[in-house]
Design a protein around this ligand. Structure first.
Ligand code: HEM
Length: 405
């Protein structure tokens, strides 16, 4: 790998079988993420998500589905509903963890996150079908960041097989819903119904494959990312008791009505908001993004030829001492001052900014609330090393001992 746009934050290399530019400075990353007309979003593993997935669509087709998704999961009304919907499972999960005494946070956070996703995306209740889907989605997620070689024995090949099996389960559910009368749909009001009813300007509905590709995309996009951020919350707070203490004081001081925290209450917790920004900066659960040049592109005197891949190295932005003083130090107070433009791109930027960014922040805040108010925990291995694929995590998936306060 050698420098390409020397001093302009671009590197040239060869990845996934293509010449590739890596953008690693704040301005180069912003340019890449905000240049939709010149760069298309193209994941090497798009076959797993499907070519009608939000992540693969461009232009008007992308906007149409994106608007629905954002309206369904990322705006105040759905957030209010989802906040209440997810808490019973979070509360009971924490309780059962403390009864067991020792748990691996990643494994358990995935379980509760998936149960909640199953509920608000497709009204699936815990049980054998959700367990099978969970296995299938884990297979798909491992394939999304793998080398896209469809050869038996590879993670990518296995992911494609998982996708086929998941299609069968979702198709059955969709067929069942098509036969129901409309009353069920209006009481259920989940994302699967929303996608099945979505019409374009000419009144045309999405095809079954379009619905499927997008449900799968949303689960893949939201599942491991949210669970990993929750895992890092346990990890970073265990390592930084002074932050935990300050956070606990904010939550204990909250005058809430009943067992649940509302999305509005969560949004007003100023220290928590900073903790969430700092957790997501350090967790880097989405370390890079993929684009392809639609035509020759000129950036500050350098040319990116048509067809070349362009990767934004988000993790580098968040861990570069030029952007953050002592970047490896977990310091929520650094958010007393707004970050410099282009240095915090945890959720991307531009028209493809994460469609679930507010939902992700809310879920982390809700988890933080129940964790810090009711529990104390310690890392079993505070020195565990890090692995980075398919998502960054301490090797032990953050094993903790946990008990009620
Ligand atoms: C901590 C949690 C999360 C992180 C760090 C994260 C990060 C990101 C990033 C960086 C992108 C931009 C990708 C690009 O530019 O190519 C993205 C896109 C996306 N995210 Fe998230 N995400 C998180 C959680 C979620 C959740 C909970 C959902 C949904 C329920 C979600 C749904 C999506 C979707 C649908 C896209 C594609 C948007 C588009 O192409 O228009 N994400 N996410």
């Amino acid at each position: 790998m050698f420098r390409y746009g020397d001093g302009e934050g671009l590197l040239r290399t060869y990845l996934f079988g293509s010449p590739t530019i890596i953008a690693f400075s704040p301005s180069a990353a912003k340019f890449v993420l905000q240049s939709d007309a010149k760069l298309s979003s193209e994941w090497p593993s798009v076959e797993i998500l499907g070519d009608r997935s939000l992540a693969a669509l461009q232009g008007a087709a992308h906007t149409r589905i994106r608007n629905l998704v954002v309206k369904s999961v990322n705006q105040p009304d759905p957030l209010r509903r989802i906040a209440l919907m997810v808490q019973p499972r979070i509360i009971s999960a924490l309780h059962s963890w403390s009864e067991r005494g020792t748990i691996q946070v990643l494994k358990e956070a995935k379980k509760v996150t998936f149960e909640n996703i199953g509920k608000y995306f497709a009204s699936f209740e815990p049980g054998p079908v959700l367990d099978i889907l969970d296995e299938l989605f884990i297979g798909m997620m491992n394939g999304v960041r793998a080398n896209p070689n469809n050869i038996p024995g590879t993670a990518y090949h296995y992911a494609l097989q998982c996708r086929k099996k998941a299609n069968i389960i979702f198709r059955e559910e969709m067929e069942k819903r098509k036969k129901e009368d409309n009353r069920h749909a209006s009481t259920r009001n989940d994302l699967l119904d929303g996608l099945m009813r979505l019409k374009d300007d000419e009144g045309k509905q999405l095809s079954d494959m379009e619905v499927l590709d997008n449900i799968v995309t949303l689960v893949v996009a939201g599942y491991e990312a949210t669970a990993s951020a929750i895992m890092f919350a346990f990890y970073l707070l265990a390592k930084n008791p002074h932050v935990l203490q300050k956070l606990r004081e904010e939550h204990i001081g909250l005058n809430k009505n009943g067992d649940f925290i509302t999305s509005v209450e969560a949004s007003k917790l100023t220290y928590t908001t900073k903790v969430v920004e700092e957790i997501t900066r350090m967790a880097n659960v989405s370390p890079f993004t993929f684009r392809t040049a639609k035509s020759d592109i000129d950036y500050k005197g350098y040319r990116i030829p048509k067809g070349w891949k362009v990767i934004c190295l988000l993790r580098y932005l968040h861990t570069n001492p030029e952007n953050y003083e002592n970047p490896n130090c977990f310091n929520p107070d650094r958010w007393n001052v707004a970050p410099n433009p282009g240095t915090y791109l945890v959720f991307g930027a531009g028209s493809r900014i994460c469609a679930g960014n507010m939902l992700a922040r809310l879920q982390i805040s809700i988890f933080l609330h129940h964790m810090v108010v009711g529990y104390r925990w310690e890392l079993i291995d505070a020195e565990a090393g890090m692995v980075y694929l398919p998502h960054p995590k301490p090797v032990d998936g953050v094993e903790i001992s946990i008990s009620k306060i």
